[in-house]
Design a protein around this ligand. Structure first.
Ligand code: ATP
Ligand code: MG
Length: 142
């Protein structure tokens, strides 16, 4: 079943000049990039985007980090793309991520793990719509 998902290349990967390598992996793995933009999140945007983590001990550090520099946001499309991209990205903690995954290769530590990917259908609908209303599951052609 064709689905869409939201990926963010996080500020550490942008600063480390790993954007090209990560996008190359995404394309070589066969994911289709429907939309892409470079943005710097405001605190308000980052807090809304990560609202599920509000109140958790790492929330402030997460927002500080995500607003510290530019990110690349993108919408990907493909069969089972939500599950497939989570496997491609790897464990949240780069030290636990399997060899060959993006976080294994480009993540610095748990808080600077290089990449974000939506974790399910409902999250993906919210997150795609958040950055790319033009590719929203509701209005876009699927
Ligand atoms: P993401 O949402 O960024 O794709 P994830 O879905 O693998 O990551 P979440 O549980 O949604 O993991 O956590 C969001 C982000 O918050 C993680 O990517 C990580 O950087 C940070 N984070 C999660 N748990 C912790 C923790 N215990 N300590 C510090 N940072 C954490
Ligand atoms: Mg998550």
């Amino acid at each position: 079943m064709i689905k869409r998902t939201l990926v963010i290349i996080k500020p550490n990967a942008v600063k480390d000049k790993n954007v090209g390598k990560i996008i190359n992996r995404i394309e070589e793995t066969g994911f289709i990039i429907l939309g892409i933009k470079m943005i710097q999140l405001s605190r308000e945007e980052a807090e809304s985007f990560y609202y599920v983590h509000r109140g958790k001990p790492f929330f402030k550090d997460l927002i500080d980090f995500m607003t510290s520099d530019k990110c690349i946001t993108m919408v990907l499309e493909g069969n089972y793309v939500i599950t497939n991209i989570r496997n491609f990205v790897g464990d949240t903690d780069p030290e636990k991520a399997k060899k060959g995954t993006i976080r294994y290769e480009f993540g610095d530590d748990l808080s600077k793990n290089a990449i974000h990917a939506s974790d399910g259908i409902e999250t993906s609908k919210f997150e795609v719509n958040f950055f790319f209303p033009e590719f929203s599951w509701e209005t876009g052609k699927l």
